[in-house]
Design a protein around this ligand. Structure first.
Ligand code: F6R
Length: 235
């Protein structure tokens, strides 16, 4: 794992530049997107890059990491809704090639990814409990896309996006840890002091299913992007 400690703006710019270059070299690249707060700044820069004609998503295919279950398409906290709002509505991506795991397709989701040639570049955030996508602590490193019950800490963390904690769905469909590990290139973004304890565990301890993100320690091409707050507890 390569670790980069930068300002938030530098993190977003660096990842934007990597995606612009990747899609220039491979216009039909397969991109893996995350929701949550961490990648929003990257999506804003990708929209800017598109407006400056530095990137076209015309031939790109995308796979999102996860989606709540159940969730209405019209719910503004739904991940498809958020991706449309933050990125897809503002660039030239073909929405029929934007994929989200659902109750209907999750048993085929890994095969759909394989059929598309595999994910070239995956963006990840990390939960304060160490989850990546919605692989909560205790998830097998061999997991494929599956239905999960969200951890109480995740429901609490994500209640900031909902009017009331009782409105947060208690289940989700998520890519598995093995699914994520098959991605060719991965970036993980962690910003803010609330991520500092889990980042310390991730970087300073051996891999363990108690910190699902630690599976990334054996991936050959991972960059962990931290701001000073998220890095503040590192020795
Ligand atoms: C979202 C996802 C989650 C988030 C994580 C961090 O698609 O997969 O694992 O990346 O919960 O969320 P933020 O970025 O809001 O702190």
């Amino acid at each position: 794992m390569q670790i980069k400690i930068l300002s938030k703006d530098e993190i977003y710019q660096d990842i934007n530049n990597r995606i612009v270059k990747l899609v220039k070299d491979k216009p039909n690249a397969v991109l893996g997107f995350a929701t949550g707060q961490s990648p929003v700044g990257v999506y804003q820069l990708l929209v800017d890059s598109f407006n400056k004609k530095l990137i076209s998503f015309k031939d790109v295919t995308s796979f999102n990491l996860d989606e709540y279950y159940p969730i209405e398409d019209s719910n503004p906290q739904g991940f498809r809704y958020l991706m449309n709002h933050n990125l897809f509505n503002n660039v030239d991506i073909d929405k029929s090639r934007t994929n989200f795991p659902s109750i209907d397709n999750y048993q085929q989701y890994d095969q759909l990814i394989a059929n598309a040639g595999g994910i070239d570049f995956q963006i990840l955030g990390i939960g304060s409990n160490g989850h990546i996508a919605f692989n909560e602590p205790g998830t097998s490193f061999d997991s494929l896309t599956h239905l999960v019950k969200l951890a109480d800490s995740t429901i609490k963390d994500n209640s900031r996006f909902f009017s009331d904690i009782s409105k947060v769905p208690t289940q989700a469909i998520t890519m598995g840890l093995k699914t994520i590990m098959q991605t060719k290139e991965i970036v993980l973004i962690a910003t803010g002091k609330n991520k500092a304890p889990v980042i310390k565990q991730l970087i300073e301890n051996a891999a363990s299913i108690n910190v699902p993100a630690s599976v990334l320690k054996t991936h050959p091409n991972v960059t962990i992007y931290l701001d000073a707050d998220a890095a503040s507890l590192l020795c």
